[in-house]
Ligand binder design. Structure first.
Ligand SMILES: Cc1cc2nc3c(=O)[nH]c(=O)nc-3n(C[C@H](O)[C@H](O)[C@H](O)COP(=O)(O)O)c2cc1C
Length: 260
């Protein structure tokens, strides 16, 4: 899956798709974030370039699935709760990515269920295929997900620490050094939270009662901080699976071990 969620220009999204196409003749899909104002143009561009599958996240699925189907594509909607899973199936989603609370990426302020609970719960209530996500970093997690009723998995944090991943080396090192209990949810805006590895700088923020965390974090230009490898100001996004990751592997090694 090609991450196009937060691209700001359609030309940028198009050139990323073309770059992947130039490197492989294997099929691939893309992630479209519904709250991105470019979502419709991105979907049309993907369809024109022959992409058949998308995942859709952060937004309501009801108006987007008719568009996806009219364009001849299929989509899996990303859900963090049973209620949203049922709504997504009703809205015409062809499948679901069911993401437990231990995952990296965006979460909400609500109390949420872990992968171990959410995946079988959703599987009991929907009849479309489910990809499990959150906390899956090796063959044990992969096999457990299938046992919970999922047809496949979506993996984030483990691939972030791959040799091919363009994430900054300091980001990868922060995940490798992260132990049990070493991540936390930080406020982004509104109802949204994001899971990060707690660096010494983030811990100082979190422990200071005089600081409004959302306001303080909003001031930081995270992209610029990563460009400079400035871990003091960067937010190393990652899931709880960080504690299971001890090395940088190639994508091939990660997948071969996972499905072995
Ligand atoms: C740094 C980071 C960025 C992410 N960005 C997106 C995104 O743009 N769109 C999306 O649907 N999921 C995003 N995710 C979530 C992943 O797609 C995946 O569901 C999640 O990482 C699974 O949990 P894991 O990290 O335990 O493997 C992101 C995750 C991380 C760690």
């Amino acid at each position: 899956m090609l991450a196009l969620g937060f691209v700001k220009r359609i030309e940028e999204a198009e050139s990323l798709v073309k770059e992947v196409k130039a490197r492989t003749d294997k099929p691939f899909g893309a992630n479209v974030v519904i709250m991105n104002p470019l979502h419709r143009e991105i979907l049309e561009m993907l369809a024109n370039l022959g992409i058949k599958t998308v995942t859709t996240s952060v937004g309501r699925p009801d108006f987007i699935y008719p568009i996806i189907h009219d364009l001849g594509m299929k989509g899996l909607h990303v859900v963090l709760s049973l209620a949203h899973a049922v709504k997504a199936e009703e809205a015409g989603a062809d499948g679901l990515v069911v993401v437990g609370s231990e995952a990296g990426g965006l979460r909400t302020r609500k109390s949420e269920s872990s992968t171990m609970v959410l995946v079988p719960l959703v599987c009991d209530h929907v009849s479309i295929p489910v990809a499990a996500a959150g906390g899956i970093a090796d063959s044990r997690g992969y096999r457990a997900a299938l046992e919970l009723g999922a047809q496949g998995v979506q993996v984030g944090t483990r691939f972030l620490v791959s040799r091919e991943s363009p994430a900054h080396e300091e980001w990868k090192r922060a995940i490798i050094n992260c132990g049990d209990g070493g991540t936390a949810l930080l406020p982004v805006r509104g109802n949204l939270m994001t899971r990060v590895v707690v660096t010494p700088a983030i811990r100082r923020f979190m422990e200071d009662p005089t600081i409004n965390l959302e306001e303080e974090l909003g001031k930081i230009d995270r992209m610029k901080a990563w460009e400079k490898g400035d871990l003091e100001n960067a937010l190393p996004g990652a899931g709880q699976a960080s504690a299971l990751i001890n090395d940088i592997k190639t994508v091939r090694e990660i997948i071969e071990e996972m499905v072995s």
